[in-house]
Design a protein around this ligand. Structure first.
Ligand SMILES: Nc1ncnc2c1ncn2[C@@H]1O[C@H](COP(=O)(O)OP(=O)(O)OP(=O)(O)O)[C@@H](O)[C@H]1O
Length: 858
């Protein structure tokens, strides 16, 4: 180290404490990165890698970004999951003896970002910690920008724990223990190892900490320790810790959530096309975030759901009122994040004006809600604290349109502070005196072209053109600057006034800054009130969003029955319905119960709508259990404790599992965890292996669910043989997705009817997908052979299959030339009359040989 220059030695000493972090090292107007940081950052940020002498023979790799543009680069690194430590010069370089003192003032990590520009309005920015204590796992998650903190604990240390943490979609996940979990497969979260600060939770949450079990305590401690080491600022806004039991919510594993496209689509991972996208009619950013949380955590508590539904009903029924509520909400800014910035001490005057404007909307919002007949909304309105004292205070203190900077004055309203007003008057009077000086001096000197001006170097001056210099009063005017055509002068009175003005302005700026921070500190004390209000406003916002969508799309209020019955009349898939343009969505019924109709076996051709039907039922369940109306004519549902879906392929090649293995693992998971109150959706289980294997597995799974679990289950399959189960197993019923063949074309009716499907139409669908003509024709002929052979013995079948496969390709050449020979015509005639259902594969082969022979002879 000794051979490095003192500055590089300083860099290395600081970097030692931030090994897994990009160190942005302030050097004048730049942040520089050195060594490996520089090499990696130059690649990640696409900036030029240079070098710098550092005392050794080799130049040190270096790259840098201008300090005023650093935010953009930092944001990019955070997005990629990296952390950044910002190292500033903490003393004035002019006063420094030797190397300027530098310190890390902040570590910015993906999960602890606070700056608005790096956050998405309608998305929480969570970080989470999971900690293991004696076989139990604590999960804590918080959003630093809003101050929310949640904690729960679960028995065990497996995938379920990870699933619970991932529900938050954390940007950062801190582990304490869990050495066996596959951390590489965690999507989009930066991973860190946690350390423990044993009493952090007691310091931050005082009495609330007592209610936590050891696993919860540890998780919160790990999280707080991590935050403490990165953030060097106030955590005053970290509000009440919300402890919950994951079992009080409808549970879905990560795969089912993704599969149902609750928050984003599977295909391109965007919000558009998801349930969230459909329902997000929220007006405020807070409402948008709460809606997400509700969708991620549907309820199981009937009473809470009834409250939400009652409020939605009231708002849905009164369009005018709803529109007024929406207009009111539109005036409300992001109170949660404003509160965060106030606590952090980085709120500016505009933020506080936004706070006032938001609070000003509250009395009207309350009035509107009081007009409804919903007891829930009435209670919410009555409990809303409009914070009128804060509004008055902010209105008195701050001007309406302050500048962005809090260091330039222009923030505090006249009348708020007597001394500030005095300074204002002094400055104003000084300026008026100067403004009048020009006229006075013109009269006194008789120089009509005399002017008073100002520049930064000399301050105020009196300017006289060369021709008028003889008239300048000697002694009173002091020459300051000579120009080509004029002279500039000052007078003692002018300088005196100038000093007064400048002093007043300096003092005003400093005083305004102090007054502003005092106002901000005052607001910081009110954060719990603001946060509570924010919670109520966001709830109203989500409820009105539900009401708006429900009204526009003709949804109905779901009823919840105790009988175990699950009946939907004319149900629709909410998202498919919304995106279908010309084509109308075909509504479908579903009737299930805990007895005779517990398992629906869905058969029907590909593309007929089986998966859509299953997803539709799951989505209707989720919608009902978040308190929204549902796309149906009528819905009488049973509350569900868990939803399991196995729909579509979900490869886990990174995790080392094949498609079929994933299917089996997920089915096992459903079989292990489901209860009689769960909803299971299984799409074509067993299709990934040989027919008999697959069919056997499928049947065993159905039997297991029917006999050992009793969960409501929808099971789609192409194994028509399984439909026989409806005759032998209690609780199994066949339904099918109807299709019709008209004029040789397949018509998808998308209608789910009672009974089993008669045909598969797979080749029709391949034809629709414009498979090569050759393949279609070949498949048809193979199918014909197979169907004909199905009545024969298995050896027959194998023979026929092989025979057909080795048959000459020319028979299905793409465009056969028209036959001209009479023998050919005769053969075609015979072919047309041949009844394939009455022809065994052997007969067919014999015929083929005969025809070939005749053609050769002919
Ligand atoms: N009820 C409906 N009304 C209108 N269109 C529908 C309906 N159900 C499904 N569709 C449309 O039909 C398409 C195919 O549906 P889906 O994927 O559910 O078929 P499937 O029977 O599951 O097919 P496969 O067996 O190949 O998986 C969907 O993309 C959807 O656009």
């Amino acid at each position: 180290m000794a051979q490095y220059t003192p500055m590089i030695q300083q860099y290395l000493a600081i970097k030692k404490d931030y090994p897994d972090t990009f160190l942005f090292f302030r050097l004048g107007d730049f942040y520089e990165l050195f060594f490996e940081d520089a090499m990696l950052a130059s690649r990640e940020l696409e900036i030029t890698l240079t070098g710098r002498e550092g005392g050794t023979d080799e130049r040190i790799p270096m790259c840098g970004v201008p300090h005023h543009a650093a935010d953009g680069y930092i944001a990019e690194l955070l997005k990629k999951g990296y952390k950044v430590a910002v190292c500033e010069q903490v003393e004035d370089p002019k006063e420094a003896k030797g190397v300027v003192r530098r310190e890390v003032t902040r570590v910015i990590t993906p999960g602890t970002m606070m700056e608005g520009k790096w956050l998405t309005d309608k998305e929480n920015n969570y970080m989470a910690a999971i900690a293991e204590v004696d076989g139990r796992s604590g999960i804590a998650a918080c959003d630093m920008s809003t101050g929310e903190m949640y904690v729960t604990s679960l028995t065990g240390t497996g995938q379920l724990v990870l699933d619970e943490a991932l529900q938050y979609r954390p940007k950062e996940l801190v582990f304490y223990g869990f050495d066996t979990l596959p951390k590489t497969s965690i999507p989009s979260a930066a991973i860190a190892s946690g350390q423990l600060h044993e009493f952090a939770v007691d310091e931050q949450y005082q009495s609330q900490a007592k209610d936590l079990d050891m696993a919860m305590r540890t998780a919160v401690n790990v999280l707080l320790y991590y935050i403490g080491t990165t953030q060097k600022r106030s955590l005053a806004h970290m509000r009440q810790i919300k402890r919950y039991d994951a079992r009080q919510y409808l549970q879905m594993d990560g795969f089912s959530r993704r599969n149902l496209e609750l928050i984003e689509t599977i295909r391109d991972k965007t919000k558009k096309g998801s349930l969230l996208w459909l329902l997000d009619r929220s007006e405020t950013a807070m409402g948008g975030r709460l809606l997400r949380r509700w969708i991620e955590r549907p309820l199981r508590n009937r009473q809470e759901l009834t409250s939400r539904l009652e409020a939605v009903e009231a708002l849905k029924g009164d369009m005018l009122l709803r529109s007024d509520v929406r207009t009111c909400l539109d005036r409300v800014y992001d109170l949660e994040r404003l509160a965060g910035r106030i606590a952090y001490g980085n709120a500016n005057a505009r933020d506080l004006v936004q706070l006032r404007l938001s609070l000003e909307a509250v009395p009207e919002l309350k009035q509107l809600l009081l007009q409804t007949d919903s007891s829930v909304l009435l209670q919410m309105a009555n409990e809303m604290d409009a914070c009128t004292d804060l509004v008055d205070f902010l209105r008195e203190a701050l001007v309406d349109d302050p500048p962005l900077s809090i260091r330039e004055g222009g923030i505090i309203r006249t009348g708020y502070d007597a001394y500030l007003d005095k300074l204002h008057t002094a400055s104003r009077e000084g300026k008026t005196w100067i403004a009048q000086l020009e006229q006075r001096e013109r009269e006194a000197t008789g120089i009509r072209s005399l002017k008073v001006g100002f520049n930064k170097v000399f301050g105020y001056y009196i300017e006289v053109s060369k021709a008028n210099i003889p008239n300048v009063p000697a002694g009173r005017f002091e020459r300051k600057q000579t120009l080509t055509n004029a002279e500039r002068y000052i007078t003692p009175e002018l300088k005196e006034q100038e000093a007064l003005i400048l002093e007043a302005e300096d003092k005003m700026i400093e005083l305004e800054y102090q007054l502003f921070t005092a106002v901000r500190n005052e607001m910081a004390k009110q954060i719990p009130r603001i946060q509570e209000l924010a919670e109520r406003i966001s709830t109203v916002d989500v409820l009105q969003a539900f009401a708006t969508v429900s009204d526009e799309r003709g949804y109905v209020r779901p009823q919840f029955s105790e009988s175990g019955e699950y009946v939907i009349q004319d149900g629709r898939h909410p998202v498919v319905e919304a995106v279908l343009e010309q084509e109308k969505y075909v509504a479908n019924d579903v009737t299930m119960d805990q007895d005779k109709r517990q398992i629906l076996l869905i058969t029907g051709p590909n593309m007929a709508g089986k998966s859509t039907y299953m997803r539709q039922i799951a989505l209707i369940t989720v919608m009902a259990q978040i308190g929204c109306f549902v796309p149906a004519k009528q819905a009488s549902l049973t509350l569900v404790d868990q939803i399991f879906t196995r729909i579509g392929a979900a490869d886990d090649l990174v995790g080392g599992h094949s498609t079929f293995m994933v299917e089996m693992l997920e089915t096992k998971h459903a079989l292990q965890k489901a209860t009689s109150q769960s909803l299971i959706l299984l799409d074509e289980i067993g299709r990934g292996t040989s027919t008999y294997d697959g069919m056997a597995l499928a049947q065993a799974v159905i039997e297991y669910i029917g006999e050992k679990i009793g969960a409501k289950t929808l099971f789609s399959t192409h194994y028509h043989e399984l439909t026989g189960l409806a005759d032998t197993m209690h609780g199994v019923v066949n339904v099918n997705a109807r299709c019709e063949e008209r004029d040789g074309k397949l018509l998808f009716l998308h209608r789910i009817e009672e009974g089993r499907a008669d045909k598969s139409y797979g080749i029709h669908v391949a034809e629709l997908a414009q498979m090569p003509h050759w393949v279609i024709e070949r498949a048809r002929s193979i199918l014909t052979g197979l169907e004909a052979g199905s009545s024969a013995t298995s050896t027959d079948m194998q023979m026929s299959f092989e025979a057909l496969w080795t048959a000459p390709v020319a028979a299905v050449s793409e465009e056969p030339s028209p036959p001209a020979h009479p023998e050919e015509l005769a053969i075609i005639e015979e072919l047309r009359d041949l009844d394939l259902n009455q022809t065994t594969p052997m007969d067919a082969m014999m015929k083929l040989f005969e025809w070939k022979k005749r053609l050769k002879q002919g």
